[in-house]
Design a protein around this ligand. Structure first.
Ligand code: BGC
Length: 434
């Protein structure tokens, strides 16, 4: 239908332009020096048709170009290798919220909002080159203002839980905002996911980059120090979303930044993720108590439903009679990554969706990854395009330091001191399999 309508439109415009050119041509003749009748006739005969065709062609090209420039800002398909900005709504306080659309050279696309720094959509190809949006999210800023699931958001100051909403640093007890029973989850009541970040489009050699900056003031949600945070998202031309986090502080503090993408490689809203095949590069995980706070133990995955050292469907053991699975309502656990300190990014996890052939590799400099199977999703809040997101419709692989590290002396340190720079990198690489 669309093609037929397009053809009709083209015929129509050629007809209109032919008449317009004829009129224009005949008018202009009046201003020309008069030629003898015969010469004019001969000239018309030999060159007239050619000239007319040329004019028609020129006019068609000109009007086509004009039409394209007029339509582009109305939001037609973003051009490959470009970043565009559009309005995404307002904060409750009336501040404008923007959406940045990063399109790489092969047409993959990441949309990121400066509200909470959330990745709103991520369109990557399947094995036949067909794009699908593989992350959960909302259509407008309002969705993110009301969100309780942290869809796609930047999480800080502290990703995951801090027990009893407090920690001790240099003998001083810091009391934090409680937002998860007695505990602090993902930074408190107003974490980084509810902040309006300052956005800047950056030039990038290997794709499209957007920098988001935020100043978290001394005492925000109870955390010490003025913390300057910068997060650079790059959608590379090879279909990877790289996230570079950096931060400095003017007082000793604790910090654990992550990104809370909810992935479904078959496409957001397409059902549960239980058939996705997962591999995690970890021999141990951190078991939790009833409040999902790590007990401090590093437990072997061997012989447990937590063993993802070989590709295994997420759903095959998820409902087994296992104490840890019951506490989490499924997987909601930190894995101790098999990586050596000091080297760059290491492979943390790999996920394949057999139906579409889409594969995701997660690479990181972080020591841990929280594997969460969307156990608390309830399908009640409509997501993008109005689709509901029921339980286990997505998985998260949040690269991070271990939960509750500020209270767990045996876990790697999360302390950031004045004069130091926090610097971590996580890359989500998308490929396909046959
Ligand atoms: C936590 C879950 C929590 C989810 C959404 C995950 O990082 O581990 O327990 O429900 O985030 O907040």
């Amino acid at each position: 239908m669309a093609a037929v309508a397009g053809a009709d439109f083209a015929t129509l415009s050629v007809r209109v332009s032919t008449r317009w050119i004829n009129n224009f041509a005949s008018q202009s003749v009046h201003h020309q020096v008069k030629l003898p009748q015969l010469r004019r006739a001969a000239f018309r005969k030999s060159f007239g048709r050619g000239l007319r065709m040329k004019r028609i062609l020129l006019f068609a090209i000109f009007s086509g170009a004009l039409l394209m420039t007029t339509l582009a800002p109305i939001g037609a398909t973003p051009q490959p290798g470009s970043t565009t900005k559009k309005s995404f709504g307002k904060t409750p306080g009336g501040q404008a919220v923007d959406l940045y659309v990063l399109t790489n050279k092969s047409g993959a696309e990441a949309s990121i909002t400066n509200y909470g720094g959330a990745v709103v959509s991520l369109k990557v190809p399947d094995r036949n080159g067909k794009l699908a949006d593989v992350v959960l999210g909302y259509d407008t800023a309002d969705g993110y203002v009301n969100d309780k699931s942290y869809f796609g958001a930047l999480v800080g100051r502290y990703g995951n839980r801090i027990a009893h909403a407090q920690f001790v640093l240099d003998g001083k007890t810091y009391t934090l905002a409680k937002n998860n029973g007695e505990n602090t989850l993902h930074g408190g009541v107003k974490g980084f996911n509810k902040a309006l970040w300052t956005a800047k489009i950056l030039p990038a050699k290997d794709g499209q980059s957007l920098e988001l900056s935020y100043l978290s003031k001394d005492g925000e949600e109870g955390f010490p120090g003025n913390l300057k945070v910068s997060v650079i998202y790059t959608l590379t031309d090879t279909n990877a979303l790289r996230i570079v986090y950096s931060a400095t502080t003017d007082k000793k503090t604790v910090l654990n930044l992550t990104s809370h993408g909810y992935f479904n490689l078959a496409g957001q809203g397409s059902g549960d993720i239980l058939g996705h095949l997962l591999t995690i590069q970890a021999d141990k995980f951190t078991p939790v108590d009833a409040a999902l706070i790590p007990t401090g133990e590093l437990r072997d995955v061997a012989g447990t439903p937590f063993d993802f050292r070989k590709p295994t469907a997420i759903g095959v053991r998820i409902d087994q009679d296992d104490e840890q699975l019951k506490l989490g309502g499924g997987y909601d656990h930190n894995y101790v990554l098999r990586r050596s300190a000091g080297v760059g990014e290491s492979l943390a996890a790999r996920v394949v969706e057999p139906g579409s052939g889409r594969a995701l590799e997660v690479w990181t400099t972080e020591p841990g990854v929280q594997f969460y199977t969307g156990n608390f999703l309830d399908g009640k809040t409509p997501g993008k395009g109005g689709v509901p997101y029921p339980r286990r419709n997505a998985f998260c692989l949040e690269t991070q330091h271990y939960p509750d590290s500020p209270n767990q002396p045996k876990f790697p340190s999360v302390i950031l001191k004045p004069g130091e720079r926090h610097h971590t990198i996580t890359t989500y690489k998308f490929t396909t399999e046959k």
